[in-house]
Design a protein around this ligand. Sequence first.
Ligand SMILES: Nc1ncnc2c1ncn2[C@@H]1O[C@H](COP(=O)(O)OP(=O)(O)OP(=O)(O)O)[C@@H](O)[C@H]1O
Length: 568
Amino acid sequence: MSSEVPRKSLYEAAFECCGARLIARRLDGQILLANRAALDLWGVNKDRMLDSTMDELGLELPPFFPSGREMTLSLELPGGVMRQMEMEAAPMEHEGLPAALIVLRDLSPRLRSEQTLRMAALEIDRYRQTMETIIEHIPDAVIAAGPDLRVLKVNAPAGALCRQCSITTGTDIRALAEESDCPLYGPLQQALTSNRSVEEYRLSLDCGGDPQTVVCSAKPLTDKQGGLVGVVMVLRDISRLVDMEKRLDERMGFGPIVGKSALMRSIFARIEQFADVDATVLLTGESGTGKDLIAESIHATGPRAKGPLVKLNCAALSENLLESELFGHVRGAFTGAVTDKTGRIQAAEGGTLFLDEIGDISPHTQLRLLRFLESKEYERVGESHTRKADVRIIAATNANLTEGIREGRFRADLYYRLRVMILHVPPLKERTEDIPLLVDRFIKLFRGVHGKEIEGVTGEVMQLLLRYSWPGNVRELKHTIEHAFVVGEGGLIQRNHLPVEFREQTEREPAMSRSRRRDVTAEEIIGALEQTNWKKAPAARILGIGRTTLYMKMESMGIVDRRRARRG
Ligand SMILES: Nc1ncnc2c1ncn2[C@@H]1O[C@H](COP(=O)(O)OP(=O)(O)OP(=O)(O)O)[C@@H](O)[C@H]1O
């Protein structure tokens, strides 16, 4: 069998199927031959192609185009389509004359995929850069490590936090823990071995300088198949916060309010909370406990501090006078109303109106006040024109408002409107640890007022002050110290400088026992519960009663845990 394939047909087949576009040409540019791929490129038939010159096809070679050298060119095809081509030329002979075989390879698909790859790489790079920028710019420290706990990435805050160990890419946290007991090892290792996040773990870092307190969270990193590929840890420096907490714990007061007892500290925290919002506040507590001062502090701490604080003691005025003081009146509204009068509501525009002794207002005024609280609208007495006011109300009472409701003296709807936020101020005898601080404050105050060099009180006097039951609360303590300033000359306040009634009382009754306390009111109970987030045991402590007594009183007064009521 002759296995020899005729050479001509072999060359022809190779010419057609080699995958490149081939054109044979004479040196004068005359085309001798073109394969199908070349014809397709220009969209012409063989005859048309053989009639054309290389020039017409836009394929003129440079004069000394050496064989075996590739060049790329942009080829303009019929219809203005541009194609990137790679061109190579090989010398040949035609009828004894030199000629060349042009090999054209289409670069567009390759360029396109190269371009796609370049774009993808760019995209990945951009994404990586964005992630790195984010990681670098978040204020928290970030450390990413592989499954062997070798660091893969740290940001600048992490470097600053772990400055002594100089954690950088490649640091072996396990080795660091062995060398210097690095506390980061524990949560990182735990997240890795459990394959679960470790949340809000508080750590103390001692990396040179002041020790820092941080909270850290560690999260295992997994690939798409769920395989563990590392762990990332975020650390937040809370040293300043811890410092602030400590200072708050150690603090002796809130602006003009003196106190360091747990009861007063919880009141300071509530003042800050209440100051931030605009809702009505009801302050309850015995006379002289400092409700007025607290109202001032709520106003002064919040955004309304820029506006006025207007005060009105509701008990001091008759019904008609109170209405006209509150809402204002127009000329001729009643006998004696000779001119128009601006009310306290209008005077408090943009600020706060403090209504003291709110329990003493008449049913008619209660109704008008309720309407104002609901709509912020009111009319002056004797006028039908409705006015609007932007005023926050803080009300205070030392009366038992729920008893007033039961007896029909106080409107329940007004009560609920007023007690959107309620704060009970405990009597002084329940926060005796504040007494030395208060004594100190009042001594400093009266030293300036009376010009006497009184330094303090004797130990005996301090014991008496601490044992006394203080029915008049801080106001009474203040008056007691002022009395001593009037009587005494200098040095320390002695027993005989104290008011006679005080001395008699302390001799007769060393200390008022808890069991003889007057009954606690519903407002006091609600106030104490609000203060303790409805936790019964601390609320009972605030009120100076047992937990069981508190439960019984809540039940008999129909006081329910508002949060539970809301939930269920
Ligand atoms: N914690 C405190 N620190 C400093 N001074 C206080 C404190 N508590 C009360 N006082 C002072 O005691 C006096 C009485 O306080 P305040 O008028 O605020 O009491 P109140 O509860 O509003 O009394 P009332 O119910 O009789 O109006 C004021 O002179 C006030 O400055």
